[in-house]
Structure formats: structure tokens, C-alpha cells
Design a protein around this ligand. Sequence first.
Ligand code: AMP
Ligand code: ZN
Length: 142
Amino acid sequence: MQECQFCEIASRSKESEILYETESAISFLDHRPVSKGHTLIVSKKHFENLFDVDQDTLCEVMKMAKLISIKINTLYNPTGINLIQNSGEQAGQTVFHFHVHVIPRYDDDYNKRLGIEAQKRVRSTNLDLKLTANELRLALRN
Ligand code: AMP
Ligand code: ZN
């Protein structure tokens, strides 16, 4: 099989800002965030998309999406949160390993109604990502 970036992140052979994990799911910051706190929730096992992920893993990913959303809400007080799941190239999927986006929305956010593939990304250095990840990891401990 061709190398899969998210399998590599899940096995920690590729670097990322991991926030939280359970037996079957893991979350880390999107490296090109649409907004501060933009997080990906990913199955640990390789499933291509919504159609082949099993029900238990799907539940685990969605439970983690809710947990991360609650923590982001408390920490950054966004005005809303989108959960986005792209399945298939035509839907904007670019990484073919099942994942859900948690995207906090803020008042000055003009991307709200666009599909994820058309979204303007915020400038985010590795240091910005590290600071955001540290804040969220700390919040997830409480
Ligand atoms: P999608 O278009 O739904 O397939 O989204 C894939 C997302 O993965 C995009 O928002 C990318 O910015 C993000 N992404 C790709 N590679 C990495 C990586 N190595 N670390 C963190 N995020 C990534
Ligand atoms: Zn994979």
C-alpha cells in the first residue's frame, strides 16, 4: 500500500501536534488550519472514507469530535463549530484516510459558508501550532 500520512501520524512515525487518543481514534491539529484550534479526528486503523469505516470506530471518532469541541469552546469561546467529513475526491477529500474536521468559527470568520477545499487558511507557524496544541492538551487533562 502507498504510504498514508495519517497512518504514519497514528503510529507516530510522522510528526504532528497530537492532542488526544483512545484505542481506536486519535486527534491532532490540522497543519494548515482554517481557524485557531482546527483539529482532525482520525481512526487509528486505515479506512478510506465514511463508507468503509466500521460503526464502532465511527462512534469513537464522533465522541472524540464532541469532546474536542467542548474543550475548544471553553478555551477559545468561538461563536460556532463545524464538524466536516469529506468522503471522495469530488467532496474535497484530499487525504484518503477517514477523518472528521472540527473547525471553530469566530466573529471575523468570512469562510463560514464555503466548502473546506475552498477555505482560506490562516497563517500558522510551527510555533503557533505548538502553543495551540499545548493549550488544548492542558484543557483535555481537566
Ligand atoms: P480533507 O480535504 O478533508 O481530506 O482534509 C485533509 C486535511 O488534512 C487538510 O485540511 C490538510 O491541511 C490536513 N493535513 C494533511 N497532511 C497533514 C499533516 N501531515 N498534519 C496535519 N494535517 C494535515
Ligand atoms: Zn491511513
